[in-house]
Design a protein around this ligand. Structure first.
Ligand SMILES: [Zn+2]
Length: 369
């Protein structure tokens, strides 16, 4: 080794030892998230406003002093919502497309057009050692949340879907529909069965907050929860905050799906105040998710819809009075594209115009960043 080579060798050793030294120093402080940022996959908060097209967002924004938390998102894209064989999708086919990455027939959950059962992004994250959680303002067996854990030929098979949740390993879940678990045709009490296998199932937010079980379910209502403007409690903001507190305390990345289910129901009812109140409820939950991402780092937030509902147009309004008048063209869904908003880790990959199935692939890319 000549002198020059010896000097280079010395520099390399110095460089390597400085890296190792930094590494060992960082390990002494596991609370610092610079090390986590580099070594663990991001947390994923996937938020779906069912039936939330651009007009619903516009109406909700105007009513909310012409602002919304979506304005803080870093990237925006558009997704095409059609199902396998219909231009206008339903929530089962679009939920399956986003959750599992394949187009299917309307009404089908977690099974593709060739009758193959699909793995969802939640299940994929689970296989990567993520903690998983589902929150919906409908029953937990409704088509959108079901797309993340169930495989059934018809979204109406609520008791089968409940049975699949009972055998699933979702760590935390919140939604209505308790009756599908404990007032069943087969007389089984799935809640009791789950509790014998380590789950704690609760019926109010205080117990949800209080129990420290790593498997926890909260049934907000026996049936479908009511609209927020007729008294649904707790708000989505509270549900998301409580769940993020739990997820944060786990030393693992997490996948959380949040659905504002009833923006869609307001659309079916052609009821603009219903849509607006549900949007505002969702808006606060998004705001809290953003706060979480800003504070904790290494988090991806994606907010989108499964389709638009009502064919809503904004006809008139008054910005000073925060008032808006809309008109609907259908009591069903429409075939318009819906926006995708993203923030945080890997959020840039959600720009552009793409099929709803691409959401699954993009989330997978984010998991493996
Ligand atoms: Zn609908």
């Amino acid at each position: 080794m000549n002198i020059l080579n010896k000097f280079n060798f010395f520099l390399i050793v110095l460089f390597l030892s400085s890296i190792l030294n930094i590494h060992s120093q960082e390990q002494k402080y596991p609370g610092s998230f610079t090390i986590e940022k580099n070594e663990r996959p991001p947390n994923i908060i996937f938020m779906i406003g069912d039936g939330m097209g651009l007009s619903q967002i516009t109406a909700g924004t105007i009513s909310n002093k012409n602002t919304s938390s979506l304005e803080e998102m870093q990237y925006i894209g558009l997704q095409k919502t059609h199902s396998f064989n219909q231009l206008v999708t339903d929530s089962a086919a679009s939920g399956t497309a986003m959750a599992c990455g394949e187009k299917t027939y309307n009404g089908v959950v977690g099974i593709n057009s060739k009758n193959k059962q699909l793995e969802s992004i939640l299940e994929y994250c689970k296989s990567k050692n993520f903690t998983t959680a589902l929150i919906a303002t409908s029953s937990i067996v409704h088509a959108t949340p079901a797309s993340f854990y169930a495989n059934v030929n018809s979204r109406r098979q609520y008791e089968d879907i409940a049975l699949q949740l009972r055998y699933h390993s979702v760590d935390y879940f919140i939604g209505g529909g308790r009756k599908h678990f404990n007032r069943r045709e087969d007389k089984r009490d799935l809640i009791a069965e789950m509790e014998t296998e380590g789950y704690k199932i609760v019926n109010n937010i205080d117990n949800y907050d209080g129990y420290k079980n790593k498997k926890l379910g909260f049934f907000t209502y026996a049936d479908e929860p009511p609209p927020i403007n007729t008294g649904r409690k707790p708000s989505l903001e509270v549900l998301v905050n409580s769940t993020l507190d739990k997820l944060k305390s786990d030393d693992k990345p997490f996948f959380l799906m949040v659905e504002a289910s009833q923006i869609d129901w307001g659309g079916h009812a052609n009821d603009l105040p219903y849509i607006i109140s549900e949007f505002k409820d969702f808006n606060k939950a998004i705001s809290n998710a953003l706060d979480f991402a800003k504070l904790n780092g290494n988090t991806l937030i994606v907010v989108t819809a499964d389709h638009e509902t009502g064919g809503l147009a904004i006809k008139k309004g008054n910005l000073k009075k925060n008032s808006v008048i809309g008109d609907f063209t259908t009591i069903g869904h429409s075939g318009t594209m819906v926006p995708v908003f993203s923030y945080g880790s890997k959020s840039e990959i959600f720009t552009g115009i793409y099929e709803n199935t691409a959401i699954f692939n993009k989330l997978k890319i984010a998991v493996n960043k």
